[in-house]
Ligand binder design. Structure first.
Ligand code: IYR
Length: 220
């Protein structure tokens, strides 16, 4: 049965206003970098909850919102996550990755060690729900990967807009997160996002972004 329909409208900005707003957003977005050196400076819980509230507005297949955000600020849990992530990452870097993959990562300068997982105030773990209870029974979700990818994008932009540093960390495989955080079998770890402030001496690799004209096509 169709839901009741309600009016929908947006602010009526002029083109100049739209471009001004776009420029401000672009400047902010260009300032976003993956952060691998975090400060231990605390972030109030209300701030990270606001970010999650924003991420939760993302569109999702059939409005199912097949995601869960687990925020970890307990130090013992962070330590256990670091230990498990580093064990998987060490195996990946030393054995599982192809030579091409290792070469692709070389400019970024990463390795298996992830001390920031313990330093950072919050680890936000996003779980993808391929099924969930709807109307009292377990039902499949639609486009769950696309949906949670959108929510993750909203999350990262909200953090950047609010002055918080993030990393999209994917220790692979990530099943240990389900075990440590005691999530049920229908919840699949999708992304581990440290959230905080960059360390005072934080550096990032000086790498270019692919030029826009290589990714934007008008018509054919
Ligand atoms: N998950 C590893 C490796 C890694 C993989 C990709 I693709 C990156 O863009 C960056 C890192 C790690 O976090 O070190």
């Amino acid at each position: 049965m169709s839901a009741p329909m309600i009016p929908y409208a947006l602010p009526k900005w002029t083109t100049v206003e739209q471009l001004q707003r776009g420029d401000a957003l672009l400047t902010n977005a260009l300032g976003r970098r993956s952060c691998r050196f975090f400060s231990d400076k605390p972030v109030p819980r209300a701030v990270v909850e606001k970010v999650i509230e924003i991420a939760h507005t993302a569109p999702s297949g059939a409005n199912r919102r097949g995601w869960r955000f687990v925020v970890v600020d307990d130090h013992d849990l962070k330590r256990r996550i670091r230990e498990a992530a580093e064990a998987e990452e060490r195996e990946s870097y030393e054995r599982r990755m192809t030579d091409d993959w290792r070469a692709a990562l070389a400019p970024i300068g990463t390795d298996w060690q992830k001390p920031f997982l313990e330093t950072v105030p919050y680890l936000v773990v996003m779980f993808q729900l391929n099924s969930q209870v709807v109307d009292g029974r377990m039902q499949r979700n639609y486009y769950p990967t696309e949906s949670i990818g959108l929510a993750a994008g909203f999350f990262l932009m909200a953090c950047q807009q609010m002055g918080l540093a993030t990393l999209t960390h994917t220790p692979s495989p990530m099943n240990f997160l389900r075990e440590i955080l005691q999530r049920p079998a229908n919840e699949k770890p999708f992304l581990l996002i440290p959230v905080g402030y960059p360390a005072d001496d934080c550096v990032v690799p000086d790498i270019p972004k692919k030029p826009l004209d290589e990714v934007l096509q008008w018509n054919v």
